[in-house]
Design a protein around this ligand. Structure first.
Ligand code: 13P
Length: 249
């Protein structure tokens, strides 16, 4: 059975001590789930202390970014080998904030997902259109371009996760409707099926991200092709994140 993935992207929020406090609270009364995985992606400085607390629990650890070399003179960067050593199992690659604020290109993102998968960490590849692109009817064109370029010569599909995050829905309170999200998820699966094969398309988890909250999680998770969510703001509060984890379909 394909488990769903409920992931929290904390972005640049929470000091190490705040992160530890959050995780301790989250772990209190956290149920054991057979059908879903729970992932948190704190800032780099919180990864190690959080890794010590979630050891031997069902909560998984992810980073928000990575460089595509294993080591070297790359001041300020963090390598996938370093992440793996402290128990990081997932890395968000190509988040729209990395693309739009820090100028990450599809070529860089492609290098990142390949290197991360080679090291044995699961990349979460983020793709999605901007508002003006959606309004100009270019949503599928943008998705197609990002998939073609970000996945060039990528092979380890059993390790890959794709997150569809429409840029206009991130941090805006404006969620894509479950139907809008489902339509793009279906498009992504069809792309994978045509370009690779049916097995790759069916086994790969496609997450939705963009203003996911307790009020809309149930409706989103009812859609057939939504295999989980990548949550920003609502993953910073224990109560809200717990309600999202406990989604009902
Ligand atoms: P929000 O949930 O705050 O809209 O952020 C979504 C996101 O960017 C997750 O990666």
């Amino acid at each position: 059975m394909k488990k769903s993935l409920i992931a929290g992207n904390w972005k640049m929020y929470k000091t190490p001590s705040q992160s530890v406090e959050f995780v301790k609270l989250l772990l209190e009364n956290l149920k054991e789930y057979e059908d879903r995985e729970i992932l948190i992606c704190p800032p780099f400085t919180s990864l190690f202390p959080v890794s010590q607390i979630i050891k031997n629990t069902s909560v998984l650890l992810g980073a928000q970014n990575v460089y595509f070399e294993e080591e070297g003179a790359f001041t300020g960067e963090i390598s996938p080998v370093m992440l793996k050593d402290i128990g990081v199992e997932f890395v968000i690659c190509g988040h729209s904030e990395r693309r739009n604020i820090f100028g990450e290109t599809d070529e860089m993102i492609n290098k990142k997902i390949k290197k991360v998968a080679e090291i044995g960490i699961k990349p979460i590849l983020c793709i999605g259109e901007k508002l003006e692109e959606r309004e100009a009817g270019k949503t599928f064109e943008v998705i197609n371009y990002q998939l073609e370029n970000d996945l060039e010569n990528f092979e380890k599909f059993e390790n890959l996760i794709i997150a569809y995050e429409p840029v206009w829905a991130i941090g805006t309170g404006k969620t894509a409707t479950p139907q809008q999200a489902e339509e793009v998820h279906v498009y992504i699966r069809e792309f994978l099926s045509k370009k690779y094969n049916k097995e790759v398309a069916e086994n790969l988890r496609i997450l939705y991200g963009g203003s996911v909250k307790p009020e809309n999680i149930d409706a989103l998770m009812k859609e057939k092709n939504i295999d989980g969510v990548l949550v920003g703001g609502a993953s910073l509060k224990v109560e809200a994140f717990k309600r999202i984890i406990d989604y009902i379909t």
